[in-house]
Design a protein around this ligand. Sequence first.
Ligand code: CTP
Length: 220
Amino acid sequence: YFFERNIIKNKKLKALVTAGPTREYIDPVRYITNSSSGKQGYEIARSLAKFGVKTTLISGPSKLKNPEEVKVIRVETADQMYMETKKNFPVDIAVCAAAVCDFKPDEYKKEKIKKNNENKINLNLKYNVDILEFLSKNNSQRPKLVVGFAAETNNILKFAKEKKNRKYCDWIVANDVSNPEIGFDSDFNAVSIITSGKVEKIEKNLKSYVANKIARKIID
Ligand code: CTP
């Protein structure tokens, strides 16, 4: 993308990658999350750095080790991920691989919630800020390339294309999370990269291989 458009010109490119899940706290000991491992995002950050891109990885809770040559910022919540994204601006490339929790409790209870006498408890939720949408719509400092991910269980290409348009990103990487072989915690992935009008498939392979292909496509 950058080479083709003659944007590189010996300039050191900067990238920001989000990865992993987020945790949305209900009280000090309880939270809402998902089972994202962060593997695909970490591998993309590693590949970009290997290609000489100055890369910052903003990661939700993950067991993975920091990739070499990458500046890693660890956060817990979507709000923290958003704040760190804004702090590490501007960049040339943004890749949003994080499985950000779409919603969080409307109210955080500072003290542990105790049992009540009814047999139910209500939890009100509100939407989190959308980091990908923020990046894509940032007019003054928009990255030259914004890549989103679309984890879908059905109508994958259709929903992914809609997501790309709705969130104004340049590319969207779609994957089928209904298949456990390439799912959230697997070492493998199979994706379709949707660019303007084109779809490029990467068949099932290690997430490191898929990351290398995506990073190559970004640089070339
Ligand atoms: N994303 C983000 N911030 C959020 C939510 C999502 O940056 N608060 C990014 C993800 O990192 C990913 C893309 O948006 O790149 C797709 O997120 P997804 O949750 O699949 O999209 P939704 O808008 O929630 O659509 P859906 O109705 O399918 O849940």
